[in-house]
Design a protein around this ligand. Structure first.
Ligand code: SF4
Length: 683
């Protein structure tokens, strides 16, 4: 046999929304090294531990290599033809018996733009439903809503490099150093070397908090209150940017009046932050040459997550912190392609490009392009799909590349729903927790085995190239979706992902000028992209995307966190570990990473440890009204008092979502993961 050649291929990391690009050196199926490249637009020569060492999973023996079909309580291997025939037969039967609204489709923020585009097209064109969603519902949809309400685009206001130019960075509810490591490095460097000021608001004193000029620990779920009180104080002191507001924003008077309840005294009572601290924050914003606010799930995963995101944008508008470098709103996207999945219409109310399904002109455009009558009825989101199954209205689901069975909230409730489905297709690279409930499991290929594009947190679209052939009989997700669609009577003929992007760009004004040629190698584009290929690293310099080009203040009020019975006396926070990606299905299968961090642990404060007699390694059971987990403790001053922290990166009995509830953000149905309380027993 001829010896395999050494090969270098450019790819884009799949482990977070920073979107680092780098070269992967391989020989056969062996990964020799990951080499950063100075041309990489988001990261240059930087990567983090996951990007550098997290790829062994591609060659894991646990990879799915054949379609699987359920037989009773077990599965048997099948050929593609049989699996596709079965899917087409059951989808046809269910659609004809219960109608297209009885079916739900989940795209994936880990898959490419082209794959998300095809999945929503399958749901809409072939099946006839807008019941399509993706996991941004679990994280940043509230941020998108908050920004659409105020400034018109749901993406980051500028580029990662713009954040480094800010006079002041405020990080709210984001463990940036672990969840977005390379982006955090930019902030660390600007703070240390260039005099950038840093405020961190969090329950936990993580690395960025320890580095901050000011670390604040508001009471859980009270961010909207301190943000609004600081905004009110800035206005009351005459520090608002009146010229910017007059020229660029509507609705100031009504908004100013809506802030009346948010006095310093009220904020002190609700948040636990002193008046002096609130004034200090306001002064730091007033004195800064540009303020950028970064936020993540600590803000969005609450009953009022969309409103708190809106409050952040209101504050930035009051202080004129939009449309210039070193300022603006930066909701940090978690997965590599959360931004792209949303862009591509993976939502029940939007066609690709955030174009509403109930807008007659938009509907007509897509009907003409796809050659069928489409539904103008807004579909149901992934949260409502679970409720729909319990209520008997949703009968079938097709989940692509999402581990809903671990990452949705209240997973005992989710698993009970899956048991009731009449037909369930799961498409993944491993036999996931979700796949255990499937009728058919389809083997897919990860990013290193296919081509396509991802869109990172700064709206940057980048190409990834195929490193390996698909493992076993697995296939790229776009090929599988096309096979399913054609079995159902579609006549799709995409030969390559570039064909899909060509169609998407024709239909999506914000991607109008996106072509594979313009993304060749390390080239990239930040949307909106004009037809001539001009992209937009910094948003809003030509006004806001509303008919009068003005942004809008959007008054919001605080929603109190969930009430729990007194026996649930500990507040449970959750988030990511640096070494692991999401639930950990990929990174626990990468040896270098799993050896370093083989399991999650519960962070417990020294005060609580002393009170309960806990030591490093003590095994405890946490119980909420929804379930329980067993986990070992570590004692750390990162958490305080009766607040405990459990990383979300567990694929088994320690999965935090056995504890979380089905309560959700009132505007988006994003689960209120952070509103969780538990009791603890030592085992
Ligand atoms: Fe970059 Fe994020 Fe990948 Fe780390 S995990 S290499 S920061 S994209």
């Amino acid at each position: 046999m001829r010896e395999a050649k050494v090969k270098r291929t450019k790819t884009v990391c799949t482990f977070c929304g920073v979107g680092c690009s780098f070269d992967v050196w391989t020989k056969g199926r062996e990964i020799l090294k990951v080499e950063p490249n100075a041309e990489a637009p988001a990261n240059g020569i930087s990567t983090c531990v996951k990007g550098k060492f997290g790829w062994d999973f591609v060659n894991s023996e646990e990879r799915l290599t054949k379609p699987l079909i359920r037989e009773g309580d077990s599965f048997r291997e099948a050929e593609w033809e049989e699996a596709l025939d079965l899917i087409a037969k059951r989808f046809r039967e269910i659609r004809s018996q219960y109608g297209p609204q009885s079916m739900g489709f989940i795209t994936s923020s880990k898959c490419t733009n082209e794959e998300s585009y095809l999945m929503q097209k399958l749901a809409r064109q072939v099946i006839g439903t807008n019941n399509v969603d993706n996991c941004s519902r679990y994280c940043q949809t509230p941020a998108t809503v908050g920004l659409h309400r105020t400034v018109g685009y749901g993406g980051d206001a500028g580029s990662i490099k713009d954040i480094a130019k800010a006079g002041l960075v405020i990080i709210v509810g984001s463990n940036t150093a672990e969840a977005h490591p390379v982006l955090a490095t930019r902030v660390k460097r600007a703070h240390k070397l260039h005099g950038q000021k840093l405020i961190v608001a969090d329950l936990r004193e993580h690395e960025m908090a320890a580095r901050a000029d000011l670390f604040i620990h508001p009471n859980a779920g009270s961010d909207l209150v301190w943000l609004s009180a600081v905004t009110k104080y800035i206005i009351d002191m005459g520090w608002a940017d009146e010229e910017f507001i007059q020229m660029n924003v509507n609705g100031f008077e009504e908004y100013r009046e809506s802030l009346a309840p948010y006095t310093l005294g009220y904020a002190e009572e609700v948040t636990g932050l002193s008046k002096e601290t609130l004034i200090q924050i306001a002064e730091m914003i007033y004195e800064a040459d540009g303020t950028a606010i970064l936020w993540a799930m600590g803000v969005t995963q609450h009953l009022g997550g969309s409103d708190t995101s809106t409050a952040i944008s209101n504050l930035l508008l009051v202080t004129g912190n939009y449309a210039r470098p070193g300022a603006g709103s930066y909701p940090l996207r978690g997965h590599n392609n959360v931004q792209g999945a949303g862009d591509m219409g993976s939502a029940p109310e939007n066609f690709p490009g955030y174009q509403r399904v109930d807008n007659p002109e938009v509907l007509a455009k897509f009907e003409q392009a796809w050659g069928v009558k489409l539904s103008s009825e807004v579909g149901i989101n992934n949260h409502d799909m679970i409720e729909g199954i319990h209520q008997g209205t949703l009968k079938a689901m097709y989940v692509k590349g999402e581990e809903m069975g671990l990452v949705d909230s209240n997973i005992n409730h989710v698993h009970a729903a899956y048991e009731k489905l009449e037909f369930f297709v799961v498409q993944d690279i491993f036999f996931s927790r979700t796949a255990q409930y499937a009728d058919v499991v389809l083997p897919a290929s990860p990013s290193l085995e296919k081509e396509g594009t991802f869109t990172n947190t700064e709206r940057r679209i980048q190409r990834l190239y195929q490193v390996f052939e698909p493992h076993g009989d697995s296939k790229p997700d776009w090929e599988i979706i096309q096979l399913v669609a054609n079995r159902l009577g579609a006549n799709w003929n995409y030969q390559h992902p570039s064909d899909i992007m060509e169609e998407a760009a024709m239909l999506m004004p914000i991607y109008a000028g996106v072509t594979y040629e313009r993304l060749e190698g390390y080239k990239s584009l930040q949307w909106p992209v004009k037809p001539d290929g001009t992209d937009t690293p910094l948003l809003y310099t030509d006004g806001f995307p509303f008919s009068d080009r003005k942004a809008r203040f959007y008054p919001v009020q605080w929603t109190k966190p969930l009430d729990f019975e007194e026996q649930y006396d500990l507040h449970l926070n959750n988030g990511r570990l640096l070494e692991h990606f999401h639930e950990g299905n990929l990174t626990y299968k990468s040896k270098g990473i799993s050896e370093k961090t083989p399991a999650v642990f519960l962070e417990v404060s020294p005060e609580l440890a002393a009170e309960r007699g806990l030591k490093d390694g003590t095994l405890v059971r946490l119980t909420s009204p929804f379930g329980n987990v067993k986990v070992k403790c570590i004692i750390t001053a990162r958490v305080k008092g009766k607040e405990v922290y459990l990383p979300m990166n567990d694929t088994g009995d320690g999965a935090v979502n056995y504890l979380t509830s089905s309560a959700a953000d009132k505007d988006t149905d994003t689960p209120a993961y952070k509103d969780t309380r538990v009791r603890m027993e030592i085992l």
